[in-house]
Every structure is written in C-alpha cells, then in structure tokens.
Design a protein around this ligand. Structure first.
Ligand code: S3P
Length: 184
C-alpha cells in the first residue's frame, strides 16, 4: 500500500439514473454501501435492503456459510436474494462480489447503480476487526487484488461513481439524492 494513496483512483462515471427505483449501491468491501444505503433510504423515506443482512437472516453468518459450504454455494444463495431485492422499490446495497453473477449484471443494466469507491488507505481501518472471509488471510493486499479484479465490472455497470475516501456519509447521501433528482 502507498502511504499517499488517499483517493480511490477509479474511473469517474456519471450517467442518467433509471426512471424508477431501486437505487443500487455496489463497490468493494468496506466502501460504505451499508452505512450510506441506510442513510440514503431514510433521507428518501423508502425501505433499505442490505442483501448481506438478508442472507444472514435466512442462512446464518456469512463467514460460517463460506467455511461450511464454500464460496460457490454462497454465490448461489446470494444470487437468489439479490434477484429478489432488485425488484423492490428501495435502496439496495449489494455485497461486493454480487456483481460477479452475469444475471445480476443483466438486471443492473436497467437499474440506477451507484459505485462507491474507496482508497486502500481509507478502507484499511474500516476493515479492521471484521470477519469477511475473502480477506481473512490476505488483509489489505487481498482487498486490493479483489478490488482490481472487479474494477472493470463496477465501471461497466455504474451510472454514478463516488469516491467515499474523504467524504462524509451525509455528503455522499446528498450527492446521490441530487443525482437522482431529489425524488424517490
Ligand atoms: C464479499 C463481500 C461481502 C460479503 C461476502 C463476500 C465479496 O460484502 O458479501 O463476504 O465477495 O466482496 P461487503 O461488500 O458488504 O463487505
């Protein structure tokens, strides 16, 4: 990691949002999808769906699913939950790897997709003490590798990109609300 790596250094994206809900938040682990999603939903007065939380509610803790059944099984149940959530009039936050599924990418083509970006330096403290199975061994280096692998996917599906590295949650919510036309 670079000591002066204070911005995400991802692409800038700004396209028109889709005409209707949901607003979908994507991006790497620790980018703030859940925190921002919750506040955005409150601001817009609509429901918030966190697909990771819905998976946990139905199937148990994610690290235990990975340990017991493996990542491929996790992706199957994740797809089921994501397919359902993307049909709801809500703010929907997706787990970082949900976009790996081609059917999810296809669905996202007609949704308003916000890509939350974050630099390694800003994300490191946010990841500390977590129990994310994909970075349990490799830490921030694993996070960087996964982020780099997925960057082209995020870039291809995003309608709006926001670097969360040095922005407050309130400011990010304002940016998304303004982009969406202040409506829901
Ligand atoms: C994953 C991200 C996690 C969770 C799972 C796998 C990924 O969600 O779905 O650990 O593949 O990037 P967050 O992005 O909310 O951490």
């Amino acid at each position: 990691m670079n000591a002066d790596d204070t911005t995400a250094e991802d692409a800038t994206v700004r396209r028109e949002p889709a005409p209707a809900l949901p607003i979908v938040l994507v991006g790497p682990m620790g980018a703030g999808k859940s925190r921002v999603g919750q506040r955005l939903a409150t601001e817009l007065g609509i429901p918030f769906v966190d697909t990771d939380a819905r998976i946990v509610g139905r199937y148990g803790p994610i690290d235990e699913i990975f340990a017991r059944e493996g990542e491929d099984y996790f992706r199957v149940i994740e797809r089921e939950v994501v397919a359902e959530a993307l049909g709801e009039s809500a703010v929907v936050s997706l787990g970082g790897g949900a976009v790996l599924h081609p059917a999810t990418r296809e669905q996202l083509a007609s949704r308003s997709v916000v890509w939350l970006q974050v630099s390694p330096q800003a994300v490191a403290p946010r990841l500390a003490g977590g129990n994310r199975p994909l970075i349990a061994e490799g830490g921030i280096e694993a996070w960087i590798r996964i982020r780099d692998e997925r960057r082209p996917i995020y870039e291809s599906i995003a309608d709006l990109a926001i670097d969360t590295s040095r922005r407050s949650v309130a400011r990010i919510v304002d940016d998304i609300t303004e982009w969406f036309g202040g409506r829901a």
